[in-house]
Design a protein around this ligand. Structure first.
Ligand SMILES: *Cc1c(COP(=O)(O)O)cnc(C)c1O
Length: 230
């Protein structure tokens, strides 16, 4: 069941790539299987069916699963991160998608330094300025990018955004299009170490549109694992 769903999502991504008009169709897309609120058995099933990337949004849940999983996989922290959990985040996650304040960036830099790691991160943008969501406003993006670039234990590799949950999913399109334009512009910034290669956007309801508009990393949970039990 999970294996079939995973294949369906992969096929949908390929179809969306083929529909791209303003973005290179050949630009590959990384699929993150969002496993939050699903158990280790479901995670193993997805990984054994070919998933290589998993996304979690809570530190404690990820730590518990990490111990039990017995699979090699790339771990993505996709949820909001509190500064006081930075030390756990750098220990367990390969890519942290949710850097959105100077305070958090500095905390991650410090904790990564303590374990001798250079931590890959994305900066999260709150493009629609939703009060309920985290992320930096686009007006404040450049200073945060420059700060993250300057921190020795952080390696900035792109941007992340979460679109509003519109009833009509087509309403996401202009936002994704603008995000892609912002992403392209950041590639021209003369950074020291940053390498703006990932644009993480798109979830179950909107990943097809996100891929059409230039996402090269999507975070899909429900379409693979079914509804979450809270
Ligand atoms: C839960 C979550 C997802 C996946 O959501 P689905 O609708 O289940 O695909 C993607 N991104 C973030 C940041 C999430 O918290």
């Amino acid at each position: 069941m999970i294996a079939e769903k995973l294949q369906e999502v992969q096929a949908e991504i390929a179809a969306a790539q083929a529909r791209r008009t303003r973005v290179p169709q050949t630009e590959p897309v990384t699929l993150i299987a969002v496993t939050k609120n699903h158990d280790v058995a479901a995670m193993r099933e997805a990984i054994d069916a070919g998933a290589t990337q998993v996304g979690e949004n809570r530190i404690q849940e990820a730590m518990d699963k990490y111990e039990k999983l017995e699979r090699q996989v790339t771990w993505h922290l996709i949820g909001h991160l509190q500064t006081n959990k930075a030390k756990f985040a750098v220990r367990y996650f390969d890519l942290i998608h949710s850097v959105d304040t100077p305070h958090l960036a500095r905390a991650l830099d410090k904790e990564a330094g303590k374990i001798g790691k250079v931590q890959d991160v994305l900066v999260q943008v709150n493009l629609a300025k939703e009060a309920s969501k985290s992320g930096v406003y686009k007006e404040d993006l450049r200073p945060l990018l420059d700060l993250v670039d300057s921190l020795p234990q952080l390696h900035l590799v792109g941007l992340m955004c979460i679109a509003p949950n519109y009833a009509d999913v087509e309403q996401c399109r202009p936002l994704f299009r603008e995000m892609y334009e912002i992403f392209q512009k950041t590639k021209e910034i003369p950074f020291q170490t940053s390498n703006m290669k990932y644009l993480s956007m798109g979830m179950t309801h909107d990943y097809r549109i996100a891929v059409e508009e230039g996402a090269n990393m999507v975070r899909v949970g429900t379409a693979i694992f079914g509804p979450r039990q809270y």
